[in-house]
Design a protein around this ligand. Structure first.
Ligand code: ADP
Ligand code: MG
Length: 656
């Protein structure tokens, strides 16, 4: 059967700060897909998560509507007020006004649970006096009882087998007012809602406030009324820390045996662990999950712990002075032997303990390889990295809850993004360059085409005219110069056409090493230049247009040589990938400056003196490689402070 949730998360409000995970002593909060979810089976109902959630994302089950129906249906509905009420209703100066309001709402009787506490304290006293060499744990806090039966079932034998003051009150009132009474407990605690089926209903002070808001109008006459019988004695002090002890000490002494009172979830879990391990030796251990019942989740968020204590104490002091001792004693004698025996059974919900290896695997995923990586920072809500790992294995936690891990992941993402960005930037640059070159190509092709014909005519007529003169004649020499310069123009125009051309590529099977060696032989190599050829290609033969590719190699080699007038080394490195034949031309020359590197493929760009460079070498190479559907890249450094000076051109030609 599915258990009805006592506390649950309002998902829209949860900001996943993990404070509920941190404050949950039962580790009943699961983070899944970045959402905090309460596992009802594991929840002990302490309501710590309700208290610590600053977003109001943790809500508990409420019963205002049920109380209205109950009051309509039954004539004898009794309100039992928890003794912490003075800490909640501090705005009401006279408690009789509160009782009066409850009567007005329709309650048959209004009684204090404090009298039940008086009887329970007596029975604790008797029980403790019979216990030797064993530690008894108080069982009046339902969250503590839940915690022990779920997570430390072997300590059940230590829990006092005595009912709580709430149940005691129910039994006393049934005896006093008849079997047909219906009891509603009103207090600060939400775990009480699941403590016993003997009561008709349990609501918190917050729900009571809501009921009063609905039912009491400002103009209503409220008759001041005292609590109905049986009135509480010192048991009214019960809700503050050591309250039970103080209630007991009023009667018989527990003796001079050791007694420890511990409250708050940070401390009680520690005490239970120590007790289980055998380190804690005490006769009686009074445990409260909250810091006294005056700090319960069912109270308004106002006033501090100490001012609340004072309010309860002041109420009790006044009460003790005015109490009708004789009447109290009479009641006490009548109900002191009421049966409050209780059997507590285990509901084991302990997490399975994973193997050391499993834990280590998760820790490694979190980047924690050795003890020094365990920051135990608590940001995830677990106090140690190992606890977080165990919770992760048990499906309660996620890796992303670890702050150092998430920061590391974020850094990696930023790095990946940076790489992508710079790739994008260089692709954009290349695109811009190729667009520029394409339009340049169109223009050049147009001009070259138009110039070619008149140049042909000039050459032809100059040659015809030349034949009419003697070679010694000045006219002959002038015409020869015209022919020579016209030829030069034709060469330039030819270069332009090469850059823009859409010629066919005639692929030929070529031995790459022989081809490279031959390319060096066809140029004039100065003595101060050393050439090294490194062949890392596993294939011997590749396919490309022999003549065109020879122009590419020759031009790149010439450029490299011209960049090393003082001598140097040219390295030709041949390699292959699945898709490309790759040849690198690496020189130790002058390098290309940053401002020039974007211009070198532009026709007529040259840094060489007039007559030496045309600025058509690289545009030609670019055109040929483009026709081969390959690519050419350049890397260069011209500043010694940035490392080795020189230039590397990388030519990649598709293999298929
Ligand atoms: P040219 O060689 O006629 O100047 P290119 O198109 O072949 O024309 O080269 C253009 C320019 O690129 C050169 O003037 C030179 O500044 C630069 N360049 C090309 N290759 C190199 C290299 N290996 N080292 C240094 N600069 C180079
Ligand atoms: Mg050149």
């Amino acid at each position: 059967m599915q258990v009805k949730p006592l506390v649950y998360t309002v998902k829209d409000k949860c900001r996943v700060c993990y404070s509920c995970v941190r404050e949950c002593p039962a580790k009943a909060i699961k983070i899944s897909n970045g959402q905090a979810e309460i596992i009802t089976e594991r929840c002990i109902g302490c309501g710590n998560c309700v208290i610590v959630c600053s977003q109001g994302a943790k809500i508990f089950e409420r019963h205002e509507g049920e109380i209205f129906s109950l009051l309509n249906k039954y004539p004898k509905v009794i309100a039992c007020i928890a003794p912490s009420f003075p800490a909640e209703f501090d705005e009401i100066e006279d408690y009789r006004y509160l009782v009066g309001m409850l009567k007005k709402v329709g309650f048959y009787k209004v009684v204090e649970v404090g009298f039940g506490a008086d009887i329970v304290a007596l029975q604790y006293n008797k029980y403790l006096n019979e216990q030797n060499n064993t530690t008894t744990i108080s069982s009046d806090c339902p969250a503590i009882v839940n915690y022990i039966i779920q997570y430390h079932p072997n300590l059940i034998k230590n829990l006092a087998p005595i009912q709580s003051p709430m149940v005691a009150t129910k039994r006393i009132l049934t005896q006093k007012y008849g079997e047909d009474v219906k009891l509603v407990f009103i207090g600060p605690c939400i775990a009480k809602k699941r403590e016993s089926s003997e009561l008709e209903n349990v609501i918190t002070f917050l729900e009571l406030r809501e009921i009063l808001k609905w039912k009491i109008k400002p103009e209503d006459d409220i008759i001041l009324s005292d609590f109905d019988d049986p009135v509480a004695g010192i048991g009214a002090i019960f809700p503050i820390s050591r309250g039970m002890l103080q209630t007991m000490e009023k009667k018989e002494k527990v003796g001079d045996k050791d007694i420890i009172a511990i409250d708050g979830h940070n401390h009680f879990t520690e005490a239970i662990l120590e007790l289980e391990k055998g380190g804690l030796k005490t006769h009686y251990l009074e445990l409260l999950c909250c810091e006294g019942c005056i700090q319960g989740p069912g109270m308004s968020k106002k006033g501090g712990r100490f001012s609340r204590r004072t309010l309860v104490r002041e109420y009790v002091n006044k009460k003790i002075k005015t109490i009708d001792q004789q009447k109290w004693q009479q009641n006490f004698d009548e109900y002191k032997n009421i049966d409050l025996k209780r059997t507590i059974v285990a509901k084991d919900r302990r997490l399975k303990q994973p193997s050391k290896q499993q834990i280590e695997e998760v820790l490694k995923k979190l980047g924690k390889y050795s003890q020094k990586d365990h920051l135990n920072c608590g940001a995830c809500g677990y106090s140690t990295c190992v606890e977080h790992a165990i919770a992760t294995i048990n499906g309660l936690a996620e890796l992303e809850m670890c702050l150092p891990y998430t920061i590391e992941e974020l850094h990696n993402s930023v790095e990946r993004l940076n790489v992508t960005n710079s790739k994008l930037a260089s692709a954009k640059q290349a695109l811009k360059q190729s667009e520029k070159l394409a339009s340049m190509g169109q223009l050049s092709a147009g001009i070259a085409h138009e110039l070619n014909n008149p140049l042909g005519v000039i050459t032809m007529y100059s040659n015809i005219l030349k034949e009419e003169f003697d070679p010694q004649n000045q006219n002959y020499k002038d015409l020869e110069l015209i022919v020579e310069q016209a030829e030069r123009c034709k060469n330039i125009v030819g270069g332009l056409l090469n850059f823009a051309r859409k010629n066919q590529v005639k692929n030929q099977k070529t031995n790459i090493l022989d081809f490279t060696k031959h390319s060096i032989e066809t140029i004039i190599l100065p003595e101060n230049i050393k050439v090294e050829i490194i062949n890392n290609a596993t294939d011997k033969y590749f396919y490309f247009d022999y003549e065109q590719m020879m122009q590419v190699f020759n031009n790149l080699e010439k450029n490299a040589i011209e960049a090393m007038p003082e001598g140097g080394k040219l390295t030709l490195e041949i390699a292959q990938t699945d898709f490309y034949l790759i040849v690198k031309f690496k020189d130790t020359g002058s390098g290309i400056s940053k401002e020039n590197i974007d211009k070198i493929f532009t026709p007529f760009f040259t840094t060489k003196p007039l007559g030496k460079g045309t600025g058509l070498g690289l545009p030609l190479i670019y055109g040929i490689i483009k026709m081969h559907k390959g690519k050419i890249e350049v890397e260069s450094n011209d500043k010694i402070e940035n490392g080795e000076i020189g230039t590397t051109f990388t030519v990649s030609i598709p293999r298929k």
